[in-house]
Write a protein that binds this ligand. Sequence first.
Ligand code: SAM
Length: 246
Amino acid sequence: MTNTGKIYIVGTGPGSEEYICPKALAAMNQSDVIVGYKKYIELIEPFIKGKELVSSHMKKEVERCQEVLDLALSGKHVSLISSGDPGIYGMSGIMLEVVADKAPEIEVEVVPGVSASIAANALLGAPLMNDFAVISLSDLLTPWELIVKRLHAAGSGDFVVNLYNPRSKKRIMHLNTAVEILLQYQSPETPVGIVKNAMRENQEVTYTNLGEVLQHDIDMFTTVVIGNSFTQMINGKMITIRGYKK
Ligand SMILES: C[S@@+](CC[C@H](N)C(=O)[O-])C[C@H]1O[C@@H](n2cnc3c(N)ncnc32)[C@H](O)[C@@H]1O
């Protein structure tokens, strides 16, 4: 019988080394090979030494998981990395599905990471103090009609809304529609935080409001946090009031 390796599905956090959990660093250091999308490999390359690094392309997720599985079946320990947390629009789900289908006996461990919304929350103040919804505006894998339905549900439920994938070169108008929908439920003065490149090079933090958010430069490296009826700007920070008595 041949020995198989172990698969770690690792969240590498928003970008810089200090925001990677020690357990994630340990998993990568215990691996023979680290596999991930090129940009994420570039982010960890400066501080993970002596490992075989395999960069893969966007939109080849299933092939990437198959490659990871083949490496583990050949006896190697492999880390499959995702930025932020691997279970939030990352690689955990598809990797676990591929293992379940093809080699359920392989040992898999998911190592969490600091997701973009958690990083943005810290940089902005405390906008996620109460119930919030996370919605991706990418309709590559989710039909746009369902995204629209979820935006209405979040708006009518007075959730703070955290948008991932707010805008790409091809997907320009989705954010405009999202803002139009949320304006049906929240006032134009509702505080909004825009965080670009959180906790990595070229970080930008901008405060605006729902009426003016579209005037700002928002791209696919940005997370947008839209307050609810309890969100206020206090002492230069965005805070969703939870109701503690002073
Ligand atoms: C495919 S999702 C991956 C999310 C990732 N798994 C996480 O937990 O943060 C990509 C989106 O996450 C957001 N994002 C990821 N890293 C970010 C960062 N450092 N700063 C701001 N937004 C980020 C952006 O909205 C980007 O379009």
